[in-house]
Structure formats: C-alpha cells, structure tokens
Design a protein around this ligand. Structure first.
Ligand code: HAM
Length: 449
C-alpha cells in the first residue's frame, strides 16, 4: 500500500468541514480588516528564502525541501509565507501603488523537514497576513489585535500573548554584541550548531532546542536592556494602543523568534489549554523592516503574523469549541425506472442551480436502501419520482422530520422548498455528533444508524 509521506495529513470528512468553517470565518474577519487574499507560488527560487528568511536560521539550514528542476534551477518548497509575499510586492512594483499600506493574507500549506510529532508537521498550513508600507506603532497594534481577535471570534479562550521588541538596527546590534560576550567564554559547552551561530547570528542561540535547559541560556542578556530611547518609546506606543484596544498581553523578553528578518516588535500566541502538549505556540509574527530592501526592493517597513492552522484546529478541539458543521442535505431524489431516473437527472440539476443541496442515487439501490441512504445523509425531504405523477406535473414530497407527505406541483417545488426548509439548528452537544448526546436538537446523534 502506498502511504502518505511522514509528517503529512489527509483532511477529510467532519475534520475537512471544520477546516472549511474556520477558513470561512477567517475570510470574513480579514474582509473587515481590509486585508486582500494573495496566492503566491508553492515553490520559489531557493535564493529567496536564503536572503529573506536568513542563511543561519534552522528553517533554511536544516528544514527546507530543496530540489533542482529539469532546467537546473535551484528551487525550494516555501517553508513560510512572508518571503514570497515580499518578493511579490517587489516584483509587481506594489510600492508604487498610492494605496499604502498594502494588506495581504494567505491560507496555504508550507513545507519544513522537521521531526514530526503532535502539532508539528512537514506539510503544515499557515494562515498569515502582512501589512506592508507602514512603520506606525498603530500598525503593530493592529496586527497583534487582529491575531487575538481571530482566536477570540473562533471561540478560543485559553490563550496567552507574549510580546517583545528587538529594537531598531542599532539596538539589535548592541544586543548582538552583548550575546557574543556572554556566550563566548562558554562556547565549548554549547552544541555544534550554536558554535556556528555565535558569530553569524547569536540571537539564534536563544532558540536552540538542544541547549535550551543550560544555565548559560537562563542568564543570557535580555533584549530590553539594550534598547535605545527611540526603540523604547516606540514599544511604549505599541503597548499603549494595545491597552486602548483592550488587548491583554505579557511582555516576555525571551521572545526573539527563529527567523532572521525581525526587528522592533515580535510576538507569539500560546495555547494554555491543559494537556495541549509541547507545540503550544499557535501563531507568531513580528516586524521586518529590513527584508524588502534586502530582497532588492526599496526600503519598506512591514509587519505580519502567521497562525499555525493545524495547531489552531487542535487547540479548538482541546478546548471543545463548538464548530457548526453542516451535515445534512435538503432533498434526496429516488426513482424506480429509467424514465424516472432521467427526470431525476434533470431535477437534481435544476434544483442545485437554484441553490438547494440535492442528492440522488448513483448505485441502482432498491427503494428501501435509497430511503436508508437519505436517512444517513440526514436529508430533510425525500421524493420518490413516479412516472404517472410526473405526467400530471406533480411529485409526492416527504418531510423526513414530521414524516408528513404532500403532493406538490413541480412548478411550485422551488417555492415549496424555500418555504419549508428550516436551517439546521446548532447542536448543543459537546462531542461533535460522534456519540449519543443529551441535547434537545434533532441532530444526527439522536438518529439510529
Ligand atoms: P513561524 O514562527 O516560523 O513564523 O511560524 C508561524 C506558526 O506556524 C508557528 O507559531 C506555528 O504555530 C506554526 N508552525 C510552524 N512550524 C510548524 C510545523 N512544523 N507544524 C505545525 N505548525 C507549525 C513564520 O512562519 C513567519 N512567516 C510569521 C510571520 C508573518 N512573520 C511576519 N509575518
């Protein structure tokens, strides 16, 4: 049997419906915040990620899926979305657009060759957004508040927002020097990767998973002590705006982020649900004012965030957040002979084009088995097409909830369905219809198999 690659998932059935629902909510929220959808390629030239994400990051040195295409070009499956969006901003000369800042969002798979475990995948999905063209601290506050509001709107309560600042280039450099001085005497105690990071990018040492518990890590200098006045003031402004918006946060100096491109504000959102597991950072982001210039564009400030979609879905499940999953059809059409089957073909097409969810039989089932199938699909109405009645332009329609039957003229069928279909009420049961429950709705879990 051919199996899926390690670290990937098949999303189908109820889980797929939950994903679709969450994506729909995200689309609606992003519209309110005036972010536009962007689709960039799954693969880009490897150079983009080396220059954009950073040569010394774990993502680029250890985790990218690299390949040479048939034309001999070095390509990489995108490990994240920010570099591709920045490339698109430059290539499409969006900096010339009067309508600044440019606000984009994406919701798509990324690829990282990591050691798979619960909440960590090789094909992961990120919903991310980027605000390009503003250095205003209000933009930082918008990006952070949007993250918090998305989680809140979806019903997640147990979250913690950790924010920090790396400061401007001067502050970051001062901090870098302080880290080198701190780690240099103890370098022989650190792992081989950290030895390499010391000169190239000492901030990355703080992200090291191997050395994480060593005392030398705990006593490392804090970003906050190396900020110049300008950077401190800027961070104060961001916090002020967050407070006005009523966004709760914690200043955590240990948040430095695993990608090279950040400066000023950086932040992470943690799921604090009991038993959630080690991969509890459900989203992260920050300001990257230098990246666009580094990629060959004009100096352009930017800030963004990415939600780990897979981890978000896990968190929603852990917190038992109810997600409305539509699991019914409006009408099931049954037939006995070939003429009736032809009419079923016509009518399903007609009714679907008028906005109804209609199903019919494709397996030459008996009527009895057809009724069972209608039941399994939670069909609200059933019609058994009958040639004699069709000659009179009529059908007999059964309401599967009340069990009442009515004869309706075909010309009035659309009107009848419009008047009589009651949208599914949201079920109150906690367990997503997987087991019998005690809610008061006529939902799937009360039906016999
Ligand atoms: P990141 O921290 O690398 O940032 O990833 C963002 C989020 O994606 C993480 O917080 C986590 O929830 C999720 N994630 C990362 N790796 C995995 C994995 N292997 N399996 C499951 N989930 C994962 C970025 O990617 C930046 N581009 C964020 C950003 C946008 N910064 C500015 N704009």
């Amino acid at each position: 049997m051919i199996t899926k690659p390690k670290g990937t998932k098949d999303i189908y059935g109820t889980e797929a419906k939950r994903w679709q629902y969450v994506s729909k909510v995200i689309d609606e929220v992003m519209e309110k915040y005036n972010y536009n959808f962007i689709r960039v390629p799954v693969f880009e030239s490897s150079e983009l990620f080396h220059r954009g994400v950073g040569e010394t990051t774990d993502i680029v040195t250890k985790e990218t899926y690299d390949f040479t295409d048939r034309g001999g070009r070095n390509m990489t499956l995108r490990p994240e979305g920010t570099a591709g969006v920045a490339r698109s901003f430059i290539e499409n000369k969006m900096y010339g657009d009067n309508n600044q800042p440019i606000k984009f969002y994406y919701n798509c798979p990324m690829y990282r060759y990591e050691r798979p475990q619960a909440g960590r995948y090789r094909e992961l999905t990120q919903f991310g957004y980027e605000l390009i063209g503003s250095d205003d601290p209000l933009a930082d506050a918008e990006v952070i508040s949007l993250a918090v509001n998305i989680y809140k709107i979806l019903g997640l309560k147990e979250i913690k927002v950790n924010i920090n600042t790396l400061g401007d280039a001067i502050s970051r450099n001062n901090y870098r020097e302080a880290l080198i001085n701190h780690f240099k005497p103890y370098i022989h105690k650190l792992c081989s990767d950290c030895k390499e990071r010391l000169e190239k990018n000492p901030l990355r040492i703080l992200d090291c998973k191997v050395d994480a518990d060593k005392e030398i890590m705990k006593t490392a200098p804090k970003t906050i002590d190396y900020l110049n006045d300008e950077s401190k003031e800027r961070f104060e402004k961001v916090k002020e705006y967050l407070e006005v918006m009523g966004i709760e946060y914690v200043v955590d100096p240990s948040v430095v982020r695993g990608l090279d491109y950040y400066n000023h504000t950086v932040f992470e959102v943690e799921a604090k649900i009991e038993g959630f597991g080690a991969q509890n950072v459900i989203g992260a982001g920050g300001r990257y004012n230098g990246m666009i210039e580094q990629l060959g564009g004009p100096s352009t400030p930017a800030i963004g965030f990415a939600v780990g979609f897979d981890r978000l879905m896990l968190a929603l499940e852990y917190e038992k957040v109810k997600i409305p999953v539509n699991s019914s059809v409006d009408l099931f059409l049954l037939y006995v002979n070939d003429d009736e089957k032809k009419y079923a073909a016509y009518l399903t097409n007609e009714l679907r084009m008028n906005g109804f969810v209609v199903e019919t039989d494709y397996l030459s089932r008996s009527l009895k088995a057809g009724f069972k199938q209608a039941d399994r699909l939670n069909s609200k109405f059933t019609i058994v097409l009958n040639s004699e009645m069709l000659e009179n332009n009529e059908v007999k329609i059964k309401n599967n909830k009340t069990k009442e039957e009515e004869i309706v003229s075909i010309d009035a069928l659309i009107y009848y369905l419009d008047e009589n279909i009651i949208e599914d009420e949201e079920c109150e049961c906690e367990d997503d219809h997987q087991h019998e429950c005690s809610c008061s709705h006529d939902c799937k879990c009360h039906k016999e198999d």
